[in-house]
Write a protein that binds this ligand. Structure first.
Ligand SMILES: C[S@@+](CC[C@H](N)C(=O)[O-])C[C@H]1O[C@@H](n2cnc3c(N)ncnc32)[C@H](O)[C@@H]1O
Length: 335
């Protein structure tokens, strides 16, 4: 019988500083239209609300992706080892959140270690502690950081092995196309030469289904977006009145994305003490909280290629609504 480790996973907390948060808000509010980076949605309450969104009947993405991982986890594991992911491998999950999806991969790969990266410190740490109970033999660490910090993360013994990246949840779609290429380059830098990356992405579908996924009837998505204002009140001493902002999620066909925004319901002035001037909102003025791009498999492969990745496998559901893309880094001519 193999020894049981079951130590409490460590949290390495590299969360952006209050100054970084303030700078992100100042820059975002100076944009036209106003737009804040999506990581601001994920304080502790935001992470809790995102978990609740995943339970909504309209948000089919989580169920499709979990099902694919359950059904194909072993095959994906074989593909990884077959492509030279020499054991022992460390699984590095980006934007791990509650880490509800990685178990089939951990079972298939029996990795040397698991590293969960996320901007939401307590949430990802608690998730790791729970996951450790299920996989007592796998040493784990939670790292709270912004994706922008990936190329400069401090060395950690659990990152010593060859690395397999896992990026579920259609999170890549929160980036612009150019931003996605930069992020995939950052991941390649962290994961190292010849590494593999498994990305979960949903594909464009009917407009009604896509809009409903981001604006559920129970209003959880709306609460998630408004919680951003609550967070700014708490963290920056702002005086947003969340009830004076309506939530909307609409499909922008030209940009191939769902745009999620809070719309000011009246003329109002909001003070955010660290900023030099109060912020005026006209009636109908929007604050974009998040985009979710819907790229088809070919587009995902094309943008990944710009970052040096090429597809080596794809698994999708019977209606081709969601895909798991397995990518390898490095030029094809090198092998
Ligand atoms: C769409 S949720 C996906 C969560 C989970 N992976 C899933 O598939 O259900 C995005 C996750 O990425 C994290 N996140 C968002 N922006 C981030 C950033 N810039 N850097 C690090 N983590 C980020 C959030 O805290 C959240 O857990």
């Amino acid at each position: 019988m193999s020894p049981t480790l079951l130590t409490r996973p460590e949290l390495i907390d590299l969360h952006p500083s209050p100054g970084d948060l303030c700078a992100a808000v100042e820059q975002g509010l100076a944009r036209q239209p106003r737009q804040l980076p999506p990581w601001l949605l994920y304080d502790e309450e935001g992470s809790r609300l995102f978990e609740a969104i995943c339970q909504q009947p309209e948000y089919h993405l989580t169920r499709l992706e979990k099902d694919l991982l359950q059904r194909h986890g072993r095959h994906i594991g074989h593909c990884c080892t077959g492509r030279g992911a020499a054991k022992p491998v460390t699984v590095v999950e980006f934007g791990a959140g509650g880490a509800h999806k990685v178990t089939p991969l951990l079972r298939a790969l029996q990795p040397a270690a698991y590293v969960a990266l996320d901007i939401s410190a307590t949430h990802v740490h608690t998730a790791c502690i729970g996951l450790q109970m299920l996989h007592p033999q796998v040493p784990m660490v939670a790292i709270c950081c912004d994706y922008e910090q990936l190329p400069a993360l401090p060395d950690h013994p659990l990152l010593a092995h060859q690395r397999l990246g896992f990026f579920p949840g259609s999170s890549l779609g929160n980036c612009s196309r150019a931003g996605a290429v930069v992020l995939l380059r950052h991941m390649a830098t962290l994961l190292g030469p010849g590494s593999l990356l498994l990305i979960g992405m949903d594909q464009p579908q009917g407009v009604a289904a896509m809009e409903a996924a981001y604006d559920d009837a129970a209003g959880v998505s709306a609460r998630f977006a408004r919680n951003l204002l609550v967070r700014l009140n708490h963290d920056l001493g702002a005086n947003f009145q969340p009830r004076h902002f309506a939530y909307q999620a609409h499909w922008d066909a030209r940009a191939q994305r769902i745009e999620m925004a809070l719309v000011s319901q009246r003329e109002q002035v909001v003070s955010i003490p660290p900023l030099a001037a109060a912020v005026h909102w006209a009636t109908g003025e929007t604050l974009i909280t998040e985009h979710s791009h819907k790229w088809g498999p070919e587009e995902v492969q094309a943008l990944a290629q710009e970052a040096g990745w090429h597809g080596v496998g794809r698994w999708c559901d019977s209606q081709d609504r969601f895909s798991l893309h397995l990518m390898e880094h490095g030029s094809l001519s090198q092998r």
